[in-house]
Design a protein around this ligand. Sequence first.
Ligand code: GLA
Ligand code: ZN
Length: 681
Amino acid sequence: MTAPDTGSDGRLPRTGKIPYGGDYNPEQWPQDVQDEDHRLFTQAGIDTLTVGVFIWSLTQPAEDVYDFTVLDGILDRAAAEGRQVCLATATAALPPWLAKKYPEVNRTDFEGRRHRYGQRHNFCPSSPAYRRLSTALADRLGERYAAHPALLAWHINNEYGGACYCDLCADAFRAWLRDRHGTLDALNDAWWTTFWSHRYTDWDEIEPPSALTEHWRGPDHTAFQGITLDYQRFMTDALLGCFTAEKKAIRAHDPDTPVTTNLMGAYRPLDYHRWAPHLDFASWDNYPPLDAPPTRPALAHDLMRGLKDGAPFWLMEQTPSTTACRDVNPLRRPGELRLATWQAIAHGADAALYFQMRASRGACEKYHGAVIGHAGRDDTRVFTEVADLGRELSELGAVTLGARTPARIALLFDWDSWWALEISDGPSRLVRYPDVVHGYYRAAREAGADVDVVAATADLTAYDVVLAPVLHLVKGDLPARLEAVARRGGTVLTTFLTARSDEHDRAFLTDVPGPLAPLMGIRVDEWDARPEDVVQPVELGELTAQARFVFEIVQLRGAETVAVYGTDFYAGTPAVTRNDFGAGEAWYVATAFDQPGVDHVVRRVLARHDLVGPYADHRTVETATRVTPDGACLLFLLNHDVRPAHLSAHTTATDLVTGKRLDQGEALTLDPLGVAVLRLQ
Ligand code: GLA
Ligand code: ZN
């Protein structure tokens, strides 16, 4: 793999306003439709088109034939219309000839079935034919379009993901393991292979962990966590290798234009922190789960912003109205698209792009929402909302570009811990990593605090509070860095099932919570896992919180009790503790609380640092802050309620959306699903 070729906080495409537009596939349409598209784009304030994402079978109809006529036309037309393009390398959907000629490019799935030609996003990352042909294509594109006047950014591939278990991947895995572990002795030790007679004596004996080997009941049930964790890391790196190979090919022709690939937020299969140094800027596709609270997409935005040390990211895709891939695909109600777009901007998005500009006529996404529907009208509700938003963003201009979030809270997000927790046999499969993490994130956000969602390796010196829920694996110098946070007066909070094992998922041979025990001032010998219907009442001030799933039995070793379990043989023992450490504190939450319980604990922690925001009592009003490169502080207020929100301005400010000046204490009403962007004075 090539070394990262940019600084860790990367670089963004330079624009004069928020790029607005999205995925556009004019290759599906005749010229007169494209003419109409551009007329409508102008009407909707659309200035940026992501093109070429699925065009490989047209640009390379046979191995030795390249034909860029169509793509030339698309870029030239965009330039003539004054629009910029985010140019994809098209390597996510294979042309049929390629799969036929080189069957190795088709993946072998978890069950061991070699696939045949079909669908997309399904190339084997270890296939030499795929690597050769995808980089050759990227090379040609780089050569041809590096100097094109419409080019704004490169978009490599599309939504990298999934996994392959073929023989080529098995070989590549073995090479990756040699590199990581050095010797078989080290590998045997890391994976604890003496258990169940697995001591390997030859690298070739190692098989990818799949349904045919170490797994039963699916990807979460493995006999050896060590091999499964390493395979996830390997697959992350293998797909990343495809990305970096294409990027290198482009860089040979184009040293400047920023390069990205569209990520998927909190996507379990790929550890995006391993990708981050290789991206010039982060971008991602936001399709929030149905009925998710607004803090779910917010968490994903903040996770993506955290990839490049807090630099802005691009919202590469969102639907203007409906998805198609779910069993049931509801519409975005009036106002929801605008609110979701402003939410992305509030969290650091410097672009607002859609999938898709014009609805596909056939195939599986013909019902997917689009700016322009099959009838091509400019008076639909969706088109009107998109055009109104286009106008609004044009009026906003450059003010938010490059602005950063001044968070004083870090939430550690760790793919290794996610994987390890969810592939663990015991104590409980009811604990889901993103759910617990989201609960703590939500509590901080709804208290009105900005949160940076960062890797466990991130620099923590700037933060007052570090939240590290269910951080199952603890690696490297993290314990010392967390202790340093508390020692200088900060607060560290962690929870049950944290610091249980090392990077190979081997238990620490010390009291739980392992290397964090001194900081937490506790000792845990036992933990009781119970079904979902077993609820422990825990008194937290006025509140009786409900605790579930896992009840760790805590002994105090210097910490004090904040709250106790209400029932069972451990009734009266600590469920929440607080430890003085240096000038600061360490909190331990030994069980899975419901949201009110998490809210209570987090607000107490935040209050100590004066981090509860001025609008924290308005539960449906989300706040987020960005500080512009010239030092202006922007406070975004987002009303997630379908009723108006009646606030009073906490300080003197100007609302950039309405242009209205507000004095401190003046009434400030947010419309249903309404937005204000206060430039604070
Ligand atoms: C993903 C893909 C797009 C499209 C959308 C549909 O984000 O990148 O090509 O399939 O989903 O929601
Ligand atoms: Zn493979």
